[in-house]
Design a protein around this ligand. Structure first.
Ligand SMILES: [Zn+2]
Length: 489
């Protein structure tokens, strides 16, 4: 059964959300010029137009910006009704929170980041039901899904459901928290000025973060590893373990409504199989298998952890099956390359999404990146060593920089090559040369820094992968302000 649904924020057009999603799907490559004129632009053309593109997510600057603006529709603030008794609040913080209305109470699935954002979502839900909260469910332990629980609850003491391994995703690399915090700020562009800010790929750029975790309610009921089927407030509900983005993840299935709540193992973007903020290995194969299992339910609606629900049995099931296949394909291609003796640098350029998947709107690389995933799979399966004995003991950076300068004909010549790379819009090469020049005592290090900043901003402008874009811009700003003097002398 197809549910007729409307987006609260879309009243001006009164367009059913399912149509709106289809519109977004269809028009990802139809870029809006002015108000009404649309034209179809082939991505490949703009890759060429962008100069020497070195990444899979670099296009002409105006295209990158328009694609990111189009993706913005995936987290426009509003409540989406996906079934008679199931509602999802999108865009109240980075992630989604959902409400399932039962006979004598409601169930809340995921609770956003902190009470301030969660209380706004809770108020929006109350327009549809003021029944007490009988249960809270955490799909996984990431902070953007667990920190606002208290805001949904009054005097009642709801059961709080999570997996047996809840929390295992955090803490494994706590020792490097200081640097992870800095990289997190860059990946999400938290310190970017409005003029440089776009979004976070599957979340808006600006979120209320000051009360992180303040509303967390600890789990009271543990979902066993083989899952749980139960009834809460008269609603039949199934909990299925589904490791993926985190090992402690599960998905929720409502058999009567045929709604599947996927948590962060599915959202509208190629998945973030590796986060550049720094993460332990995310088990890519498990992730693919968990999403394949979701597809076997043939849901009429899939509610992602972030971005808009996908409605209609065909659309939802196909999206899940494609997603699983895409992850599996990147894994298999990487493993084949590894076994053929190839290293991560080569594979990061060779491995691509299959042609029939690469343009699917939910697989565009707004958040996750195929090249980063390849490197993560390599390191996750084999560790840092690429198998080439040359890399067992590479030259230390300063000595290598001197040798590079000698090769170029001296520091001055190397500096000229760096400037020439920038002038020719070979931004990645300019970055690599600036990293050599900075080590040379007789070099103009200030010039090298300036080249690096300019190249980073130029790359950022061409990126539609939001973490890459945000990271390039944030790092450029840090370099310019002198915050990175400990690494840039
Ligand atoms: Zn999330």
């Amino acid at each position: 059964m197809q549910h007729k649904t409307f987006c609260i924020t879309c009243r001006k057009t009164s367009r059913p959300i399912s149509q709106r999603i289809n519109l977004v799907n269809r028009t990802h490559f139809r870029i809006r010029f002015g108000r009404s004129l649309r034209t179809t632009i082939l991505l490949g053309f703009f890759v060429l137009a962008a100069g020497v593109a070195n990444g899979q997510t670099q296009v002409a600057p105006e295209t990158a910006l328009r694609m990111l603006n189009a993706q913005q529709q995936q987290f426009e603030k509003g409540v989406v009704k996906v079934a008679d008794n199931v509602f999802t609040a999108v865009g109240f913080h980075g992630a989604n929170t959902s409400m399932i209305v039962g006979t004598d109470g409601v169930i809340i699935v995921d609770t956003l980041f902190g009470p301030s954002s969660a209380s706004k979502a809770a108020a929006a839900f109350r327009q549809y039901s003021d029944k007490p909260v009988k249960a809270i469910i955490y799909t996984h332990s990431h902070g953007d899904h667990i920190g606002g629980a208290s805001a949904f609850v009054g005097d009642e003491k709801p059961d709080v459901y999570a997996t047996e391994t809840f929390g295992s995703a955090e803490g494994v690399n706590k020792a490097v928290d200081p640097v992870k915090a800095k990289r997190n700020v860059r990946q999400f562009g938290r310190n970017l000025p409005p003029s440089e800010s776009t979004n976070r790929g599957v979340a808006p750029a600006n979120t209320e973060d000051g009360d992180r975790g303040k509303g967390f309610l600890p789990p009271t009921i543990t979902v066993p590893s083989d899952g749980l089927k139960t009834t809460i407030a008269g609603v039949e509900i199934e909990f299925h373990n589904g490791p993926g983005e985190t090992g402690d993840a599960m998905f929720i299935w409502l058999p009567k409504e045929k709604v599947l709540l996927a948590g962060d193992n599915f959202y509208s973007s190629f998945p973030n199989l590796y986060a550049i903020r720094g993460t332990a290995y995310r088990d890519v194969l498990n992730w693919s298998e968990s999403v394949a299992k979701m597809a076997t339910f043939k849901p009429h609606v899939v509610i992602p952890g972030h971005t808009m629900p996908i409605q209609g049995q065909d659309a939802a099931t196909t999206a899940l099956a494609d997603y699983s296949e895409a992850i599996r394909s990147v894994y298999d291609q990487t493993v084949r390359g590894i076994n053929a003796g190839k290293g991560p640098d080569q594979l990061a350029h060779e491995v691509k999404l299959p042609a029939h998947l690469k343009d699917k709107p939910y697989l565009l690389q707004f958040y996750g990146s195929v090249p980063h995933a390849v490197r993560a799979i390599y390191a996750g399966l084999l560790g840092w060593y690429d198998g080439n004995p040359t890399t067992l003991n590479p030259l230390e950076p300063k000595l290598k920089a001197k040798k590079m300068a000698d090769l170029a004909g001296g520091t001055q010549k190397l500096t000229e090559q760096m400037e020439s790379a920038l002038a020719k819009e070979e931004f990645q090469w300019a970055l690599e040369l600036s990293d050599h020049v900075k080590w040379l005592e007789d070099a103009d290090v200030k010039l090298a820094r300036k080249v690096k900043i300019t190249a980073l901003r130029a790359l950022a402008a061409r990126e539609y992968n939001a973490p890459n874009r945000n990271y390039y811009l944030s790092y450029a700003n840090e370099l310019e302000s002198g915050q990175l003097s400990e690494v840039w002398f």
